[in-house]
Design a protein around this ligand. Structure first.
Ligand code: NAD
Ligand code: 3PG
Length: 630
C-alpha cells in the first residue's frame, strides 16, 4: 500500500463503468416490450436532467424507478452485464486500485446492490462505497429507494462527503455536475471531469481538470500507471482529406486527432507541426528538412498512399522519425483505372462522347479497335505493373514489360531488356515506375519517337516522369493516338482551377490524380496506416517502416519497455547495456536492428526502476530519441 495523503473519490456510472447502470437495467427489464425504445429514451433524458442538476435528483430517481419496473432477480444479471462494461482505462489500471486501496472511495447516486459487487473486484470494500439502496415489495419488485439516504437527495453528494470527514487532499473524479458540486461546496479540493465515456459540458466547464481517461489522471498526479505517457497527450495531425476511418480508429484508441482536408504549404506546416507527434499526409504534402526542424515532437509520419518521395526520408531518419506508407492498399484501384482507360482510348470513347455532348452524332469504326491481341507495354513491373499484367492478359492482350530491377514475369508476360525494345513493340505504353526523383522526364521526345506511330500512352505513376510539352506535341502531330494522364508535374494543393497544355486535346483522358482514389482503397489505407502507427506508438514495432530498421518484439505484460534510437556508431549498444546493468535492471528481452545510419534497440526490463536510469540513457552520446513505453 502506498500513502499519498490524498483521497480519491470516484463516481460510478459513466466513470468507473462506460454506462449508466439504470439504462442497462432498463434494457433488461423492458426487453420484448413494444414501447421499449421510447421508455429507454425517456429514462436517459431523466438521467441526464438529474446529472446536470436540471431537475432534483430525488425526482429523477423516483421517475426512473417507476419506468423501470425492475425486480430483485434482474440485479445479478445487471451485475454480470456491468462487469463487461468497465471503462477501458480503469480496467487497464487495476493495479492502481490495488496499490492505493485505502485511499479510494466511491460516492454514487446509483445503488449499492449493483455497485458493491463490481467495485469489490477493484479492492473497494462495501464500507467505502456510498450509494443508495433499493426498496423491494414482498414479491421482490423494486418499488422505491431509501429516502433517508442523503444520496437520494438533491446535491446529496455534498453532505455525504462532508459526513465522511476525510483527511488530506480530496480529489473527486466523475463525469457529472453532481460530482462537481462537492468541489463547489469546498469539501473536495479538486474536481476531475472524467470524459472517457461521456463529455458533459456543464461538468467539464467547471472542472479543475478535464481527464479523458484514468491514464491522464494518474499522469497529472504522478501516480504509477499502465502506460507512461497518456495517449490523449499524443497529438496527431491528418492532412489531405484522409479517409474518416483513420480519424475514427485513432481517436477511439485515445489519441488526440486533428484533421485538415487539404495539404499545407511548407510555411503553414512549419507553423502547424509544433507539438505534433504523428503527421498523416497523402501525396501532396512536402515534409521537408525545414518542416522537420520545426517538428519538436514528431515521432511518426504516416503516408496514407504509396509514394513517399514527398517526405525527406533521410532527414526523418536522422531525427528518429519513423515513416510508414500503404504500399498495396490502392494498387487494385490503379490497375482497374488503367484497364478502363486502355479500352476507352482504343475505342476513342471520349472523342465520341464529347461529340454527342456537343450535339453531334458520329457513328464510325475509324480509330476504334479491340484490345484483344494488342501489345501492352508496362514500364515498371512492380506491384501495380504486375497486377495490371495479369488482368490485361485475361482480356487477351499480349503483355511486355520493362523494369530496371529483375522481376519475375507473371503469366505469359515477356520481359524486354531495354526500354526502347518495349516502346518499339507496344500498342499501348503504360507507366508504373516508382516516384524516385531520378525518374524526372523519364519519357521525353526521344522516348516518344521510339513508340509506334498511333500508339497510346498512359501515365498513372507520377507527373514529373513525363515531359508534358513533348507529349502534347506528339498528340497534336498524331504521333500518338491518345493518352490518359492522371498525374501532373505541378498539382494544386486543394480542389480548384487547374491548367495543363494537354487541355482540349482529342482522345486524351485527364483525371486529377484519382488513380488510388476509390472508396475501397481509401478505406483500406485508413485501416492499414493507422495500425502501423499505433503498433509503433504502443509497442515500438517498426515492421514495414520505409526508412527505419524493422523490429518486431512481442508485447510484454510484466515488463517496462525502453526504446532507444541512436546514430549507428560503434559502442552505443555497449553503453546502453552498461547503464542498464549499473542500475541492476534485468533485461527480459532485447532486440537491436541497424542500418547504415541508425540503430534502434528495444529493451524490456522486468522490475521497478530508478527513474535516473532514463536520464542516463538519454545522455548517452549519439542518442537520437528515447522513449519509455510502459
Ligand atoms: N495515380 C495514383 O493515384 C497512384 C496510386 C498509386 C500509386 N501510384 C504510383 O504508381 C507508381 C507505381 O506504384 P507501385 O506500387 O507499383 O510501385 P512499386 O515500387 O511496386 O513498383 C515500381 C517499379 O518500377 C520500377 N522502376 C523504377 N524506376 C524505373 C525505371 N526508370 N525504369 C524501369 N523500371 C523502373 C521499380 O524497379 C519497381 O519494380 C508509383 O509511382 C506510385 O507512386 C499512383
Ligand atoms: O502514391 C500514391 O499512392 C498515389 O499517388 C495516390 O496518392 P493520393 O493519396 O495523394 O491520391
Amino acid at each position: 500500500m502506498v500513502a499519498t495523503g490524498r483521497k480519491y473519490v470516484f463516481d460510478f456510472d459513466s466513470t468507473l463503468t462506460r454506462v449508466e447502470a439504470l439504462d442497462v437495467l432498463a434494457e433488461l427489464t423492458l426487453n420484448g416490450k413494444s414501447n421499449k425504445e421510447e421508455i429507454i429514451k425517456e429514462i436517459q433524458e431523466i438521467t441526464n436532467l438529474g446529472i446536470d442538476g436540471d431537475i432534483s435528483f430525488t425526482e429523477s430517481l423516483e421517475r426512473r424507478i417507476k419506468l423501470l419496473n425492475a425486480h430483485k432477480d434482474d440485479l445479478p444479471i445487471l451485475v454480470e452485464e456491468l462487469k463487461t462494461k468497465i471503462s477501458k482505462s480503469i480496467e487497464a489500471n487495476k493495479d492502481f486500485f490495488r496499490d492505493y486501496a485505502d485511499d479510494i472511495y466511491v460516492i454514487s447516486c446509483g445503488f449499492k446492490e449493483f455497485i458493491d459487487p463490481i467495485v469489490k473486484e477493484y479492492n473497494i470494500p462495501s464500507h467505502r462505497v456510498y450509494a443508495n439502496t433499493f426498496k423491494f415489495d414482498e414479491e421482490g419488485k423494486i418499488v422505491g429507494f431509501d429516502e433517508t439516504n442523503v444520496l437520494a437527495m438533491h446535491n446529496g453528494k455534498i453532505d455525504c462527503l462532508k459526513n465522511m470527514n476525510l483527511d488530506g487532499e480530496v480529489q473527486v473524479i466523475g463525469d457529472g455536475y453532481s460530482d462537481y458540486v462537492m468541489r463547489e461546496a469546498g469539501i473536495a479540493h479538486k474536481f476531475f471531469a472524467y470524459t472517457e465515456n461521456v463529455h458533459r459540458e456543464k461538468a467539464a466547464k467547471n472542472a479543475d481538470y478535464i481527464t479523458p481517461n484514468l491514464d491522464e489522471f494518474l499522469f497529472v498526479n504522478d501516480l504509477p500507471r499502465k502506460i507512461s505517457y497518456p495517449k490523449n497527450r499524443i497529438k496527431m495531425l491528418l492532412l489531405e482529406n484522409v479517409h474518416p476511418d483513420a480519424f475514427k480508429s485513432l481517436s477511439e484508441a485515445g489519441f488526440s486527432v486533428e484533421t485538415v482536408n487539404h495539404s499545407l504549404t511548407e510555411e503553414e506546416l512549419i507553423e502547424k507541426i509544433k507539438g505534433v507527434h504523428v503527421l498523416g499526409i497523402r501525396s501532396k504534402t512536402q515534409v521537408t528538412k525545414n518542416v522537420l526542424e520545426a517538428a519538436n515532437k514528431l515521432m511518426v509520419v504516416g503516408a496514407f498512399c504509396i509514394g513517399t518521395t514527398q517526405i525527406d526520408l533521410d532527414a526523418c531518419k536522422a531525427k528518429g522519425v519513423v515513416v510508414f506508407n500503404a504500399p498495396y492498399s490502392n494498387t487494385r484501384s490503379v490497375v482497374e483505372l488503367a484497364i478502363g482507360e486502355i479500352i476507352m482510348l482504343m475505342r476513342s470513347v471520349f472523342t465520341r462522347s464529347t461529340e454527342i455532348h456537343q450535339g453531334q452524332w458520329n457513328k464510325t469504326a475509324a480509330n476504334s479497335r479491340e484490345v484483344r491481341g494488342k501489345n501492352l507495354g508496362i514500364v515498371g513491373y512492380g506491384n501495380i505493373g504486375k497486377q495490371l499484367s495479369v488482368l490485361a492478359e485475361a482480356l487477351g492482350m499480349r503483355v511486355y514489360y520493362y523494369d530496371v530491377n529483375d522481376q519475375l514475369a507473371l503469366g505469359n508476360a515477356v520481359k524486354c531488356n531495354t526500354l526502347e525494345d518495349l516502346l518499339n513493340i507496344s500498342d499501348v505504353v503504360t507507366l508504373h515506375i516508382d516516384d524516385n526523383k531520378a525518374n524526372l522526364n523519364f519519357i521525353g521526345e526521344r522516348e516518344i519517337n521510339q513508340m509506334k506511330n498511333g500508339a497510346i500512352f498512359i501515365n498513372l505513376a507520377r507527373g514529373f516522369v513525363v515531359d508534358i510539352p513533348a507529349l502534347a506535341n506528339a498528340l497534336k502531330s498524331g504521333k500518338l493516338a491518345g493518352a490518359a494522364i492522371d498525374v501532373f508535374p505541378e498539382e494544386p494543393r486543394s480542389n480548384g482551377e487547374f491548367e495543363t497544355e494537354l487541355k482540349g486535346l482529342e482522345n486524351v483522358i485527364l483525371t486529377p490524380h484519382v488513380g488510388g482514389s476509390t472508396e475501397e482503397a481509401q478505406a483500406n489505407i485508413a485501416d492499414f496506416v493507422p495500425n502501423k502507427i499505433m503498433d509503433y506508438m504502443n509497442t515500438g514495432n517498426t515492421v514495414d517502416a520505409v526508412n527505419f530498421p524493422n523490429i518486431r518484439l512481442p508485447k510484454q505484460n510484466k515488463a517496462h519497455r525502453f526504446l532507444h534510437i541512436h546514430k549507428n556508431v560503434p559502442g552505443v549498444m555497449a553503453k546502453v547495456n552498461e547503464v542498464l546493468a549499473r542500475y541492476e535492471l534485468n533485461i527480459t528481452g532485447q532486440y537491436l536492428s541497424t542500418d547504415n545510419e541508425v540503430g534502434y534497440v528495444i529493451s524490456d526490463v522486468n522490475k521497478e526502476y530508478n527513474k535516473d536510469v532514463i536520464k542516463e540513457l538519454k545522455k548517452i552520446e549519439n542518442t537520437i530519441k528515447f522513449r519509455v513505453l510502459y
